[in-house]
Write a protein that binds this ligand. Structure first.
Ligand code: HDE
Length: 698
């Protein structure tokens, strides 16, 4: 042993119980007890996982070292291609419980038996960014649900917005190319605020309705637990008699909709790039299981003929005021995956996975999707057997005569791998009942690259969406457009987008033009169909759908040495009683000593836990601490940001110096900390009335 080079054990810290030191001074933890012994992938036990096989103490490594080679080779192949879209996602297990039977409309067992619980796996995602990108860009969120039903897997692969950018699958690669990072420079990551995206949009008027949604606060959700989900396309339900009814699917979060303000989303990206993933993880692992209602809009072919739009056009929605929602069940997410890669990364959703009693519509976007997902998964997951990966496998029996291929996990027995057959009586045969396509009539007269005239109105629903929003939401949309277009370097692209806005709402176009510093309004392009004034649909708002509740919300309490910890405990208890989570933030992670000498541990250190991660904040400070923190940038930002992000603030008299340093002007959301009830009431909402005083919006 080379004693000169080995480090004495005393300098390496304490040796854990049961550990021995190897000849390089490294730790070997004993495999005793019930620990499974480490082996190679061939099952050969490995007694040294620290040192490669070397020819002499300072010599080269032997090629013969199959243990090293196997370990490195496997590591080299740990990454698989990320999804071309929706690469960044977070997922959870749970169940769906039917509360209202749809037996009249569909034979699908999952929608027939009230009270039955069907296991689900749900993955939420951003669209444009890579797998390692931030959680809070301005972006659409994917909302994909795999129902493991007794009749096979049903995937409802939706988004948190009920319409889409384009009408025909043919345009999807162009749309995605334009929004992903620009191909020559490799940026920007995870955002649409750049020339190529807006160039494509400005030349694609059908995207205008979706653009209104994308520029609304829907694309900066506070939490994945607070987003809606939509199946987007019309689907068909088919009952036992073979009759069909159209259906749109909606998920409604039990915690209500809640969004961030833009400045908060930007700062959250820096404070915690994993903010949404961590939020979902913490909620589920602490037993606060997120829940959604599943609702349907049901309508017949005749109803559809009377709509002032074509429901097969995925850039249109059916207002709830026209076809009301019926809640039919609830979904609860109650288990975090055991392994991120095996489950969240390898899960493969596909809109073509449907069960008997559900069928597709002729929406041309949906029709293209039916091809795309399996195709992309063949390369992403490496071959045709990815349905055998546990997260993708049905939980009901499944068998057929498909054979072989990469990564075949099953060992099919017998001679018969074809059908019809007579050699083996128990070989797989056609099912007696099962999926049958609805015999929908088709228009056989023409074949061509066609777009129906009923798809030609690109502005009416965009206008309806904008005009249905509350005043602060309209300002946020105008400001989002100004922000995004200000990042577009090409003047004619900015002008072309503003030109489209003129068809949607003249005032919106003017506000955006002013925000961009345009001296005159650019011309509006020719509209294929002049837009109509549709009746406003308040159900399209976010603010109107926010719930004044502390359920699922998190309050941060800033403490320092000398704080009144009894008052802090009282506030915590009251907040928790209303369903809030409370976290203590202190200048040092070790915690603080209170005014009476007791101590309190901190959940976060001030500089590393900015107020963006909370829904409301309280300043529980002595006068001495308040004065000291008034000179601390992290503390001043903490308060200033909470105020700017329209959150409630509670303060002790000692915190006044800090409030002054942050230039906080008292309003109805800034409340004395001893009035706990008033603070908790204020903490249950955002204070949009404050916004005009803190930032200029377009
Ligand atoms: Fe997707 N989409 N998409 N999409 N999509 C994918 O499939 C595609 C569309 C959606 O968490 C890909 O396995 C085409 C609409 C979600 O794993 C890919 C078109 C909606 C997810 C694909 C669309 C969605 C995807 C990428 C237009 C809302 C993530 C990797 C014809 C209703 C699922 C993959 C997850 C993923 C294709 C449009 C939702 C490439 C061709 C509209 C939530 O196959």
């Amino acid at each position: 042993m080379n004693k000169k080079k080995s480090t004495p054990a005393s300098r390496r810290g304490t040796t854990p119980a049961g550990a021995t030191l190897g000849n390089g001074g490294e730790l070997h933890l004993a495999a005793g007890g019930n620990h499974p012994p480490l082996t190679t992938n061939q099952g050969i036990p490995v007694p040294d996982n620290q040192n490669s096989l070397r020819i002499g103490r300072n010599g080269p490594t032997a090629l013969e070292d199959f243990i090293l080679r196997e370990k490195i080779t496997h590591f080299d192949h740990e990454r698989i291609p990320e999804r071309i879209v929706h690469a960044r996602g977070s997922a959870a297990h749970g169940f769906f419980e039917l509360t209202k039977s749809l037996k009249r409309y569909t034979s699908a067992a999952v929608l027939n038996q009230v009270g039955e619980r069907t296991p689900v796996f749900v993955r939420f995602s951003t669209v444009a960014g890579g797998a390692g990108s931030i959680d809070t860009p301005r972006d659409v969120r994917g909302f994909a649900v795999k129902f493991y039903t007794s009749e096979g897997n049903w995937d409802l692969v939706g988004n948190n917005i009920p319409v889409f950018f384009i009408q025909d699958a043919m345009k999807f690669p162009d749309l995605v190319h334009s929004v992903k990072m620009e191909p020559d420079r490799g940026f920007p990551q995870a955002g649409s605020a750049h020339d190529t995206f807006w160039d494509f949009i400005s030349l694609t008027p059908e995207s205008m309705h979706m653009i209104m949604w994308a520029m609304s606060d829907r694309t900066i959700p506070r939490s994945l637990r607070m987003i809606e989900g939509f199946g987007v396309h019309s689907f068909r339900l088919v009952n036992a008699q073979g009759q069909s009814t159209f259906v749109k699917f909606h998920w409604r979060p039990q915690l209500g909709l809640q969004s961030m303000v833009w400045d908060e989303a930007v700062k959250t990206a820096g404070a915690d790039p994993d903010f949404h993933r961590r939020d979902l993880f913490e909620a589920i692992t602490s037993g606060n299981f997120p829940q959604w209602d599943l609702a349907v809009q049901l309508f017949t072919e005749d109803d559809a003929a009377r709509f002032p739009f074509d429901h097969l056009d995925p850039t249109k929605l059916i207002p709830e005021e026209l076809v009301p929602l019926t809640v039919i069940g609830r979904m609860v997410l109650d288990r975090w995956p055991d392994n991120f890669f095996a489950e969240t990364e390898q899960v493969a959703y596909c809109p073509a996975n449907i069960v008997p009693g559900i069928d597709f519509s002729n929406d041309p976007l949906l029709q293209g999707r039916l091809f795309s997902y399996l195709d992309t998964q063949l390369s992403r997951l490496g071959g045709p057997n990815f349905h055998q990966i546990p997260i993708n496998a049905p939980k009901c029996p499944f068998a057929n005569l498909q054979r072989d291929g990469h990564m075949q996990m099953q060992v099919p027995r017998g001679r018969v791998n074809y059908e019809p057959s007579s050699l083996e009586p128990d070989a797989v045969r056609e099912a007696r009942a099962g999926f049958r396509s609805f015999a929908a009539p088709v228009d056989p007269e023409v074949k061509g690259r066609l777009r129906p005239q009923s798809f030609a109105d690109h502005y009416s629903q965009a206008r309806q969406f904008f005009r249905s929003q509350s005043a602060p939401e309209q300002s946020h949309m105008a400001s989002a457009l100004v922000f995004e277009l200000s990042k577009v370097g090409t003047a004619h692209v900015r002008e072309a987008v503003v030109g489209h806005l003129r068809h949607i709402d003249a005032e919106l176009a003017q506000r955006v033009a002013d925000g961009l510093g345009m001296t005159a309004l650019p011309p509006a392009p020719r509209a294929a169909v002049e837009p109509n004034d549709l009746p406003p649909s308040p159900a399209l708002q976010i603010i109107g759908k926010m719930k004044a509740t502390l359920q699922g919300r998190c309050i941060g309490i800033l403490v320092a040495d000398g704080s009144d910890l009894r008052a802090v405990a009282a506030m915590r208890k009251a907040a928790e009683a209303q369903g809030a989570q409370v976290k203590i933030v202190a200048p040092r992670i070790g915690g603080v000593t209170g005014s009476k000498g007791s101590t309190l541990a901190a959940d976060g250190q001030l500089a590393g836990t900015p107020s963006v991660v909370f829904d409301a904040v309280a300043l529980a400070l002595s006068a001495e601490a308040g004065t000291k923190l008034a000179r601390e940038a992290a503390a001043v930002d903490w308060v200033r940001d909470a105020f700017g992000h329209l959150k409630a603030i509670a303060f002790t008299p000692g915190a006044q110096a800090l409030l002054d340093a942050a230039r906080i002007e008292a309003d109805e959301g800034v409340i004395a900390a001893d009035d706990i009830d008033a603070f908790l009431d204020a903490a249950a909402t955002r204070h949009y009335e404050r916004e005009a005083g803190v930032r200029s919006l377009a």
